[in-house]
Design a protein around this ligand. Structure first.
Ligand code: DOR
Ligand code: ZN
Length: 424
């Protein structure tokens, strides 16, 4: 048993914000009671959360753990350790591994490795199409049986509207969300950043915001046609958020996520340093404003990291030649506190909803700090001063644009299945 004592429990599911003790008994929460009032067993371990916030365990809907196949950039062991350091109790891993997770045997391999080496829960996402090639639908039912929580061809969009429709029809009957990396590849071809004054100034090829929003439009229409649950990944453009808002107002089952790098940085921050290169690229100033509005007003369902490690040998090259992607786990909470909470734009309650309750809902799950629920908690400080040093990262890779940034607030303990898997 583990007693998390003296903390400020903030739970969006029950709209709780109070000084409470939480007693964990193995995999389940046993009791939540006013501080000092839990009936604890003799010998229960005690975690003193005085001055800290106790939240339902954070879930990252979007991460790349690189195993199998690209273990020089990350493994399930190193990636989930970094996730634990970031306060995440569960991570959904994208299928663009080598081989691609497009069948049950790869799904089972990932789950076996997670069991043997992982620090936090790993929930695999299966490919929508075989090899994510966009030609034929993958073995979705078999993967669902093996344990996938969603499908996606992330790294690229589901190639055609026809295939996307087929995948959505299929996933509707299986009640799985379809996660879309929204990109019109004809508009994005050859581009390495967002099109605009900054791309012109740097002399780098840009893609317009429409490279994303055109595909969001397609998928919203297909969500209406099929009735499927459609989740837009790493949404970055104002026109995309407007379409998600419209879809929700029509009662469509459309959800979306935003990354910390997109709500923090803009295209004007891009230099020739490849740590500012990711897909979708950093957007325009007005897009960031629209994302902040969507994060505040409920249009955005989740903050997801798109943690995308690339080893230095691959990433430390000219901007044009570098792969897309940045690290995300260990800076996500601190960036959210800085940009959303300390700035006065969001309450702590809403921020926690975006990290825990919201992502759970996208997956059709529940997250609540209540007796009988999973004993997964994220304990954090909202004001502890620290500096992020990427050389101290648990990730195998170093591709963060936030190295050296000073923060206020950080994860203090990550608890999965009643076990403390990270403690600062
Ligand atoms: O920046 C990105 N990196 N965007 C993606 O869609 C894929 C990801 C990766 O796998 O590195
Ligand atoms: Zn993507």
């Amino acid at each position: 048993m583990l007693l998390v004592r003296n903390g400020r429990v903030i739970d969006p599911a029950s709209k709780t914000d109070a000084a409470l003790d939480v007693l964990l008994d193995g995999e389940k929460i046993k009791e939540v009671a006013l501080t000092g009032k839990t009936r604890t067993a003799p010998g229960a371990e005690v975690f003193d959360a005085k001055g800290l916030i106790v939240a339902p365990g954070f879930i990252d809907l979007h991460a790349h753990l690189r195993e199998p196949g690209q273990e020089s950039s990350e493994t399930i062991e190193t990636g989930t350790r970094a996730a634990a350091h970031g306060g995440f109790t569960a991570v959904c891993c994208m299928p663009n591994t080598k081989p691609v997770n497009d069948n049950a045997s790869v799904t089972r391999f990932i789950l076996d490795r997670a069991k043997a080496t992982g620090s936090v829960r790993v929930w695999p996402i299966g490919a929508a199409s075989l090899g994510s090639k966009g030609e034929a639908i993958s073995e979705i039912a078999g993967m669902k049986e093996a344990g996938i929580v969603a499908v996606s061809d992330d790294g690229k969009p589901i190639a055609t509207a026809k295939l996307a429709r087929q995948v959505m029809d299929y996933c509707r009957s299986l009640d799985l969300p379809v996660i879309e990396h929204a990109e019109d590849v004809s508009l994005a071809a050859g581009a390495v950043m967002r099109e605009g004054v900054s791309s012109t100034r740097l002399g780098l090829r840009g893609m317009p915001a429409a490279a994303e929003s055109v595909c969001v439009g397609r998928d919203v229409q297909l969500a209406e046609l099929t009735g499927a649950r459609v989740h837009i990944a790493h949404l970055s453009a104002k026109a995309s958020i407007e379409q998600v808002r419209w879809a929700k107002s029509r009662g469509l089952r459309v959800t979306c996520e935003v990354t910390p790098h997109h709500f923090t940085l803009i295209d004007e921050d891009v230099t020739y340093d490849s740590r500012f290169k990711m897909n979708p690229p950093l957007a325009a100033r007005e897009d960031r404003v629209a994302l902040l509005e969507g994060l505040a007003d409920g249009t955005v369902d989740a903050i997801a990291t798109d943690h995308a490690p690339h080893e230095p040998a691959l990433k430390d090259v000219e901007f044009d030649r570098a792969p897309f992607g940045v690290l995300g786990f260990e800076t996500a909470l601190a960036l959210a506190l800085e940009q959303l909470v300390h700035s006065g734009k969001l309450s702590l309650m809403r921020m926690i909803e975006l990290f825990a309750t919201g992502p759970a809902r996208v997956l059709g799950m529940e997250r609540q700090i209540a007796a009988g629920q999973a004993a997964d908690l994220t304990v954090f400080s909202a004001d502890h001063a620290w500096t992020y040093r990427v050389e101290e990262s648990s990730s195998k890779s170093r591709n963060s644009p936030f190295d050296g940034r000073k923060f206020k607030g950080r994860p203090i303990a990550t608890i999965v299945d009643g076990q403390v898997v990270y403690k600062n």
